[in-house]
Design a protein around this ligand. Structure first.
Ligand code: SAH
Ligand code: SF4
Ligand code: F3S
Length: 455
């Protein structure tokens, strides 16, 4: 059989993108996809078919960078078979290593930092003509506000919307201020418009993203009007009561009562706050430059519980930061117990070149000790997660259906406002992803509430 393909399609180039790291990176990949699609590139899910292979990378821990190096080695094989294929490294590792990446990884053709994606078409052209291409300039203004992201791997129900970029906080352990540059907020109207568009396309949940969303602050250059995070939340929440709003990440020092009160006023703003604690020891918190004490943090947790009863809280925790001793570690376990986290992201400290900690402190906690402390943190969190789910048994939650459960196509999977995964039988006809269901939690595991639909 002769297949006749339209000329346009034949001329189309294909790109393949893999994303690593935080939600911001996944959201950036959708901006990159948009820039590439206006250049005649189509996305493919098969690297073997691609003319351009992109890795949107993360530098947060050494392991994250090792994963990327390994992936690049795997792409070397494809490149040997198809020398014309271009390989680009984007994101935080590109920003951290800059041109050095080209020396270290011979197969890499393009290196682009997080603020330079608009120049991708030029860089691709340069690389196509045989010159290796690098742009790692950071910007004080770039927010990609006018670019309408192309949703990748979308479930059609939930989407990320980036509201700010960069970070000014300088936590001693963290590479992000170096890889993402200074903090800047995005025009509120472009955020609201993007969320409206998503809702009109059928999306039912948006997650507003930034390294530190609570310091969102936009000054309208036309009239000098200002808008802070609490006001932005309200604007997005007003789009429709059927559009859920989430946000991430909050820095404990910046989340205000105004934000908590706005959350309380709108049912569609989800009752869930990710509030990274990092450590429960005042001495370590100070070395980390987190700018709060454990008492201040716990007071914030209390305030959340007071204004938003039933709000779930999760955290990030680092085990084995420089000079951490057993008492510091016990303080961390204690803060976790008191805060009753629904879940946590838990990490062993990994020294990052260029950070304050790398320059000033010794990474002196033995790897076995870090590992043991992390295991204790994880095991405590497992107990706390189970206890948190057990407290929910018997309660009815509104769940936004995202799709089939992993185990069975006879069951739905969705999340409640508290961001807990709920799984339940498809006992009512006519429901589909994007619909809301009222579900009673009946049993649970540490990670899931299992329930049934109630009328
Ligand atoms: N902006 C967010 C988090 C960004 S990074 C915030 O401030 O909360 C996500 C998490 O990675 C951090 O909260 C921290 O727990 C962890 N992390 C960052 N640098 C790390 C390092 N050098 N070693 C181990 N974990 C780290
Ligand atoms: Fe890193 Fe701290 Fe900024 Fe978060 S707030 S991105 S941990 S420097
Ligand atoms: Fe990683 Fe960069 Fe995000 S270092 S965690 S991808 S901001």
């Amino acid at each position: 059989m002769i297949q006749v393909e339209p000329v346009k399609k034949k001329a189309t180039k294909r790109f393949y993108i893999e994303s690593y790291g935080c939600q911001m990176n996944f959201s950036d990949s959708e901006i990159i996809a948009s820039i590439l699609s206006s250049e005649g590139f189509d996305a493919t899910r098969d690297a073997e078919q691609a003319d351009l292979v992109l890795l949107n990378t993360c530098s947060i821990r050494e392991k994250a960078e090792q994963t990327i190096r390994k992936r690049l080695t795997e792409f070397r094989r494809i490149k040997v078979e198809r020398p014309g294929m271009l390989v680009g490294v984007l994101g935080c590792m590109a920003e951290r290593l800059k041109g050095k990446l080209l020396e270290e990884e011979q197969l890499v053709d393009i290196v682009v930092g997080p603020d330079a994606y608009r120049t991708l078409p030029d860089l691709i052209a340069e690389a196509t003509s045989g010159t290796k291409a690098v742009n790692v300039l950071l910007s004080r203004e770039e927010t990609y506000a006018d670019i309408s992201p192309v949703r990748l791997n979308s479930n059609g129900v939930t989407a990320f919307v980036s509201i700010m970029r960069g970070c000014n906080n300088m936590c001693a352990f963290c590479v992000v201020p170096f890889t993402r540059g200074r903090e800047r907020s995005r025009d509120d109207q472009s955020i609201v418009n993007e969320c409206k568009d998503l809702f009109e396309q059928g999306f039912k949940e948006v997650t507003l993203l930034g390294q530190n969303v609570d310091s969102y602050y936009w000054v309208n250059p036309a009239n000098g009007h200002t808008i802070d995070f609490a006001q932005l939340l309200e604007k997005v929440a007003m789009i429709s009561p059927h559009l859920r709003i989430r946000f991430s990440t909050s820095h404990p020092k910046d989340i205000t009562d105004a934000v908590l009160h706005t959350m309380s006023r709108f049912d569609n703003i989800c009752k869930y706050i990710h509030l990274p604690v990092q450590s429960g020891s005042n001495r370590i918190l100070q070395l980390m430059n987190r700018t709060y004490t454990r008492e201040w943090y716990l007071a914030k947790v209390n305030r959340i519980r007071e204004i938003l009863p039933g709000c779930a809280i999760s955290a990030d925790v680092i085990a084995g930061f420089c000079t951490e001793d057993e008492q510091d570690h016990l303080d961390t376990l204690d803060v976790m117990r008191t805060s009753e986290y629904a879940y946590s992201y838990m990490f062993m400290y990994s020294e990052r070149p260029g950070t304050l900690a790398a320059r000033r402190y010794q990474d002196d906690v033995e790897p076995e000790v870090k590992k043991r402390r992390l295991e204790e943190i994880v095991s405590l969190q497992n107990q706390l997660s189970l206890a948190s789910n057990e407290r929910d048994l018997g309660s009815v939650f509104e769940v936004l259906i995202e799709g089939d459960s992993k185990r069975s196509d006879q069951q739905w999977m969705g999340r409640n406002s508290q961001n807990k995964v709920m799984v339940f039988d498809k006992s009512v006809d006519g429901l589909k992803p994007g619909d809301y269901a009222r579900v009673k939690a009946e049993t649970c595991t540490q990670g899931t509430l299992i329930g049934t639909i109630v009328a």
